[in-house]
Design a protein around this ligand. Structure first.
Ligand SMILES: Cc1ncc(COP(=O)(O)O)c(C=O)c1O
Length: 470
């Protein structure tokens, strides 16, 4: 809950005690530790369609889709029925070794059908982080099992976000998230952020692409291609601030990887499952077929935790052919890998997405969303608006003050707080308001989002002029 404008205040004893229990006992992901024990969390109790309600019954339009993940909207009976039916029939059994479940087998076949080219082999995980981590371990295994154990270094990028397990956090490249944890640095290398904003770039897209590819070639040469197992990349960097690489970047980086026998892992945890108008964006939007694709979030529309690595037959078969009879085990996986209830939910989710042509709907309303948001660039405290279909962000700056300074962050947080007061949830990050609404959003609801943000920006600007923000 953004602080600083109004007390949440409620007479309801249940509400107070929930807030108090939360404050006393939960250490939230990305909690502000200076407010541990005193923060007043927004307790979200109910959700329907694209709206959530808090413990006071106040409704909010959810412009963050839960956390980039609620795609088909809340309260979808098909998904609820699938969860219930699977829980009744067989809630859980081990996925290890040669034991499987009906929903896992069915879902794996469906994912193979939806994914590009020969990405026909699925390794299930529990979420995005464990899927990312598994993908990198697969790259390690692929080379080591074929007699090249020294080829284990990983290329990632500044501003990337790949998750919060040890390796996934080490792959992530957001400066603000580098706090007092320990990160792997000996064999994880961060390339320059590939962000390119045509509205605000001193160089052309082609020049920027040239610089980025030259930079990547230099890092590959420095580390030595014989030491590098894989490159991991989000097609559009999501949590880093909806950063879009220049045209041609994906093909050029894939080409470099191919030239140096480096596996390409596309992290489609956010961009997959319809957010950019396709089940997977890598091939359909960016013309590349990676060696592995990581998916999670929208896979179950957020109704259940699930992640998966889609692996090309080339990689999976090579690991199998190289298998050492003395050590044949692929020793990676989790108790809840491909949990049957989660897989059943994902199948129902895919059925809904196909039946309602949700990807087609995103291709229809996505450009309108970005176009409408871009109107906000006319406002004096908006320095940039970026987006691709249903992922977008508005960047706020005090006139004359550039970047995520303390003042600009306070300004953006004020905008977020006004949005929340007006019944709209956007995601504050540095000086950005990030949005990734459920994919079923209509044009009318997009207009409502834009109206509330415009009003919140105007109110924050008024506060700024009145000297109330600093
Ligand atoms: C691109 C990307 N990869 C991986 C992850 C990690 O997923 P999870 O939080 O499910 O572990 C995220 C989460 O936001 C993400 O945005």
């Amino acid at each position: 809950m953004p602080q600083g404008i109004t007390e949440i205040g409620s007479e309801l004893p249940g509400f107070e005690s929930l807030v108090a229990k939360d404050a006393r006992h939960i250490l939230h992901p990305w909690a502000d530790l200076t407010a541990l024990g005193t923060s007043r969390s927004l307790i979200v109790c109910e959700a329907q369609g694209i709206e959530v309600s808090d413990s006071e019954g106040k409704k909010y339009l959810d412009a963050i889709g839960g956390m980039w993940c609620v795609t088909v909207g809340y309260g979808r009976q098909e998904l609820i029925d699938a969860m219930r039916a699977q829980a009744r029939k067989m809630p859980y059994f081990t996925p290890f070794g040669d034991v499987s479940s009906e929903p896992a087998a069915e879902l794996a076949a469906l994912l193979a059908e939806l994914s590009p080219a020969d990405l026909n082999r699925v390794h299930f995980a529990t979420c995005g982080s464990t899927a990312v981590e598994s993908a990198v371990r697969i790259a390690h295994y692929y080379f080591a099992s074929r007699g090249r154990p020294e080829k284990y270094h990983v290329l990632s990028r500044v501003n990337a976000y790949h998750g919060s397990t040890y390796l996934a956090a080490s792959l992530s490249g957001k400066v603000v998230d580098r706090t007092h944890f320990h990160y792997e640095s000996a064999w994880v290398h961060h390339l320059e952020s590939p962000a390119f904003d045509p509205d605000d770039s001193p160089v052309s897209a082609a020049e920027r692409l040239g610089q980025l590819i030259e930079g990547m070639e230099a890092v590959i040469a420095g580390v030595g291609p014989e030491n590098i197992a894989c490159f991991i990349a989000e097609p559009v960097l999501a949590s880093g601030g909806v950063l879009i690489p220049p045209p041609g970047y994906h093909e050029a980086t894939l080409e470099l990887c191919r030239r140096h026998d480096i596996l390409y892992i596309s992290d489609e945890v956010v961009t997959g499952f319809g957010r950019l108008g396709h089940f997977f964006a890598s091939e359909a939007r960016f013309g590349i077929v990676p060696d592995m694709v990581v998916t999670a979030k929208g896979l179950t529309s957020g109704y259940q935790p699930l992640g998966a690595v889609l692996i090309s037959d080339r990689v999976a078969n090579a690991m199998s052919e190289a298998a050492d009879p003395a050590k044949p085990v692929f020793s990676n996986g989790f108790t809840y890998s491909g949990h049957p209830i989660a897989c059943a939910t994902a199948i129902a989710n895919i059925e809904v997405m196909r039946r309602e042509d949700i990807c087609g709907h995103v291709r229809d309303v996505g450009p309108y969303f970005v176009e409408r948001l871009r109107e906000l660039r006319a406002l004096p405290i908006v320095s940039a608006v970026r987006g691709d279909h249903l992922m977008a962000c508005v960047e706020c700056e005090i006139p004359g003050e550039v970047g995520p300074t303390a003042g600009n962050q306070a300004l953006a947080h004020r905008v977020d707080a006004y949005c929340e007061l007006s019944g709209l949830l956007v995601r504050p990050y540095e000086n950005l308001c990030i949005m990734s609404p459920p994919l079923v959003i209509t044009r009318g609801e997009i207009d409502r989002i834009v109206d509330i943000i415009a009003d919140s920006l105007a109110r924050a600007e008024h506060d700024l002029r009145a000297g109330k923000i600093r």
